[in-house]
Design a protein around this ligand. Structure first.
Ligand SMILES: [Zn+2]
Length: 234
């Protein structure tokens, strides 16, 4: 058993998320975290399903403000999420719980091995929560893939586009846009090669779309220019 770290292990968490993407063969966006979790043998339930199975109330299953949770029962991980929450938020919550499992939060630390957070300090709780958030961000919006798309067409790195592409909230997408631009500035291109290879077909489809779009734009500009000439001659 280990001690909970003093701060979030950002780089390590990103590495773990990318290893998870590699191991599970995720190769396109949007990532479906529930489907990936089920493929790993973990159960994913809605609060409604748990209520029906156990007779507990929604309030007893998830406390106020909580959108998801993860349990270890009958030697299986069970993720529970609030199906009534905003769809992109629910997806992010499942990704967050997958993060807790993959990062070993439920097994690795003596304070969390019994699964409940009752004996965590506020700082320890924050560290584990933050790590799960970093994991979810990389799982749903992998930087190496978004960087590849940004290189094809910088206009794709906009919150509205990332929101639709990754099925995340606009706020989450805005934060990610800043991180993508920062990673370009830092020239941090680790893991780009293998991940872009794994997402090869997906990136190829985007590549074709971008090429066709550029041809269309070029034709449109020519047409506009001709019209302008026409206006002048008139
Ligand atoms: Zn959490």
């Amino acid at each position: 058993m280990e001690r909970i770290p003093d701060g979030p292990r950002e780089m390590w968490v990103i590495k773990k998320a990318r290893e998870f993407i590699k191991a599970t063969g995720i190769c396109s966006l949007p990532v479906d975290p529930a489907e990936v979790a089920r493929r790993c043998g973990w159960r994913v339930f809605t609060v409604k399903e748990v209520a029906r199975l156990t007779g507990l109330t929604r309030w007893e299953i998830l406390s106020a403000g909580q959108e998801s949770d993860v349990f270890y029962c009958n030697r299986k991980y069970c993720i529970v999420y609030d199906e009534l929450s905003y769809y992109p938020r629910a997806r992010y919550s499942i990704g967050h719980e997958v993060g807790h499992i993959v990062l070993g939060h439920l097994e690795q630390f003596d304070k969390t091995c019994l699964l409940r957070n009752n004996n965590l300090t506020a700082l320890e709780y924050w560290v584990l929560e933050r790590e799960a958030e970093i994991f979810a961000a990389e799982l749903l919006m992998p930087l190496p893939i978004l960087r590849a798309l940004g290189r094809m067409m910088p206009e794709l790195i906009k919150p509205e586009v990332i929101m639709k592409m990754c099925h995340v909230s606009l706020t989450t997408a805005s934060i990610r846009c800043n991180e993508i631009n920062r990673s370009f500035a830092l020239d941090d291109l680790s893991d780009d090669d293998w991940m872009q290879q794994q997402f090869g077909t997906y990136l190829q489809v985007w590549g074709n779309f971008v090429r066709e779009f550029k041809v269309f734009e070029a034709h449109r500009e020519i047409a506009v220019a001709r019209n302008d000439e026409l206006d002048i001659s008139l």
